[in-house]
Design a protein around this ligand. Structure first.
Ligand code: 6GU
Length: 229
């Protein structure tokens, strides 16, 4: 899978060089390319923002550097990439969207800062790819970078081969719409706290039904919204 990221803080994405995703880049499973939006400016100050038409607080990212970045990265690429703009005003990014995007051969992430990107950039991008505005949740970050880090990790680990043992992807929170069951390892007693005896019983059926109950109980307590769906 090819992933392009455009940002005015490209070094934030240095963290993608470590751990499982770093290994996947080394082995060629993931081809991640990070681009500095300022490389697509031409003035001495490498300006990427300006004041909003109509007034109001903050600055808006200018369309021209974004247009040049999209031309250079996407062009008339075939197949058309999915172009993601992280935004608190976007559709909610979920495990099912992560799974859908993990099947795309080419993803482009455009990280906005300030009060956002000139709206015409989204229209232009839609002529060259399938545009998605995605939000991590109902809170506001200063820019899209941290959100894109989260999305790239959630998507990248679903690309076949990135996670060594594919079974570890199956029994996870959100894969079946429920939260994950609790896990324990040795020792069986630690600081007077025992591991639930059923897990030591060797009875696989009893273990499976206990885990299911725990998933339901936790989901009811912590995320009743998931059960309503
Ligand atoms: Cl995707 N971007 C920003 N700036 N803030 C967010 C977000 C994204 N998701 C939640 N808050």
């Amino acid at each position: 899978m090819r992933i392009d990221v455009v940002s005015i803080f490209p070094t934030i994405f240095d963290a993608l060089e470590v751990s499982l995703l770093g290994k996947a880049r080394q082995t060629g499973l993931l081809d991640v390319r990070v681009h500095d939006l300022r490389e697509f400016t031409h003035d001495r100050h490498r300006t990427v923002d300006d004041t909003p038409y109509g007034g109001g607080a903050g600055m808006v990212m200018k369309p021209e550097p974004w247009g040049e970045a999209l031309d250079a990265i996407v062009g008339d690429a075939d197949p058309r990439p999915v172009i993601v703009f992280p935004s608190p005003a976007g559709e909610r990014f979920t495990q099912s969207i992560a799974r859908e995007l993990s099947a795309a051969p080419h993803l482009v992430f455009g990280c906005g800062r300030y009060e956002g990107i000139d709206e015409r950039v989204f229209d232009y991008a839609a002529e060259h790819g399938d545009v998605r505005l995605l939000s991590l949740g109902d809170y506001v970050l200063n820019g899209g970078e941290v959100a894109v880090m989260a999305m790239v990790e959630a998507i990248g680990r679903l690309v076949p081969g990135v996670v060594g043992n594919p079974e570890s992807l199956v029994e996870e929170s959100h894969e079946d719409g429920l939260l994950e069951y609790p896990s324990y390892t040795k020792p069986s007693v630690w600081r007077d706290r025992e591991v639930p005896p059923v897990l030591l019983s060797g009875n696989h059926g009893a273990v499976a039904s206990w885990r299911r109950e725990q998933q339901l109980e936790r989901t009811r307590a912590r995320r009743p919204d998931l059960l309503a769906d």
